[in-house]
Design a protein around this ligand. Structure first.
Ligand code: APR
Length: 309
């Protein structure tokens, strides 16, 4: 295929992302992990499904980075996931070291690629990857808002008994407890949900969305969500590979937009071949802006933790 995507971390999220990339026929895939045999074994297993799934993506596994050379996109999922009782922020010291090391290798072999960061705590890991890669801000993007919005859409569709395809939702801010679901901009067939549900029910869905990751962790007990996170990362990759100019909520480096500087946080962006081609600035009410400020402060705090590592 003419496109090449590297997925670093052949664990739950990474292997599922590789599967979705291949089965959608989007690109060849190189799966990289530190564990010997695992990326090779998963890549071969996925290749052997290709005749049945009817795709021609070529999948390879590797423990070193030579095989990743010339990738169009690298999806970074390497790191540890959280366990019950842990917040995403508890992963920061372990995952910062891992994300720094793998990003340096990716940047060395694919200096023109676009990075999609998935490892948590997401917004802080975007800062690590941005620093380690030296890439321009349009080529470092964090996956959080697409996942959080998909969770919100799922709960809206369940609540109103409508197709998920009729739903649209925006969740902005950091990927943590302070995320900012925006009911005013969340719709069913174009109708704002504020006209379709009581304020109490909206509050309940907003809370379930903010705790969406923890809900899965408490059920799985041994790790965190991976099907929906992989879907979200691949939707972003598809928008870039196909130069779709698709507007999606993603963590992007802001330099003045929404009043923030030198900060990765979830905002609506236009994704195309250039990565983040535009940060879309939408009007926020005073309450919405206050919630986004709180979320930005939480990301700033994590930046402070990173600076001390
Ligand atoms: N280089 C490459 N791979 C690494 C490295 C490294 N330095 N360190 C760890 N890994 C690999 C692990 O060997 C493992 O296979 O990353 C993989 C992580 O997979 P899982 O443990 O299954 O975790 P997963 O559920 O995929 O989550 C990965 O994404 O959603 C986030 O919070 C989550 O930070 C976590 C990440």
């Amino acid at each position: 295929m003419d496109k090449k995507v590297t997925v670093v971390g052949a664990g739950h999220v990474g292997a599922t992302a590789a599967q979705r990339l291949a089965e959608k026929g989007l690109s060849d895939v190189v799966l990289v992990d530190i564990i010997e045999g695992v990326p090779q074994g998963k890549a071969l297993d996925l290749m052997e499904a290709a005749p049945i799934e009817k795709h021609d993506s070529h999948l390879t596994g590797a423990n070193a980075y030579e095989a990743t050379a010339g990738s169009d996109i690298a999806i970074i999922t390497a790191g540890i996931p959280r366990k019950p009782g842990m917040s995403r922020d508890d992963l920061i010291s372990t995952n910062a070291g891992i994300v720094r090391q793998v990003t340096e290798q990716i940047a060395k072999y694919s200096p023109d690629c676009i990075l999609i960061i998935v490892s948590n705590p997401l917004d802080a890991m975007c800062h690590v990857a941005y620093d380690a890669s030296g890439f321009p801000k349009n080529r470092v993007i964090g996956m959080a808002g697409v996942l959080d919005s998909a969770r919100f859409r799922t709960f809206i569709a369940m609540e109103l008994n409508v197709s998920v395809e009729n739903t649209h939702a925006f969740v902005l801010g950091g990927h943590g407890d302070t995320m900012v679901p925006l009911p005013r901009y969340s719709t069913v067939a174009g109708i704002p949900i504020t006209e379709l549900m009581s304020a109490d029910r909206i509050d309940a869905l907003v809370e379930r969305t903010a705790n969406g990751g923890a809900e899965i962790v408490s059920l799985l007990k041994t790790g965190s969500a991976y099907y929906a996170p992989a879907s979200a990362a691949v939707e972003m990759a598809e928008a870039i590979l196909k130069d779709k100019k698709k507007i999606l909520p993603c963590a992007a480096m802001l330099e003045g937009e929404y009043g923030y500087h030198d900060l990765f946080i979830g905002v609506p962006v236009k994704l195309g071949a250039g990565g983040v081609e535009e940060v879309i600035q939408i009007d926020l009410t005073a309450d919405e802006k206050a919630a986004l400020d709180k979320s930005a402060a939480a990301v700033e705090e994590l930046k402070g933790v990173l600076a001390k590592l």
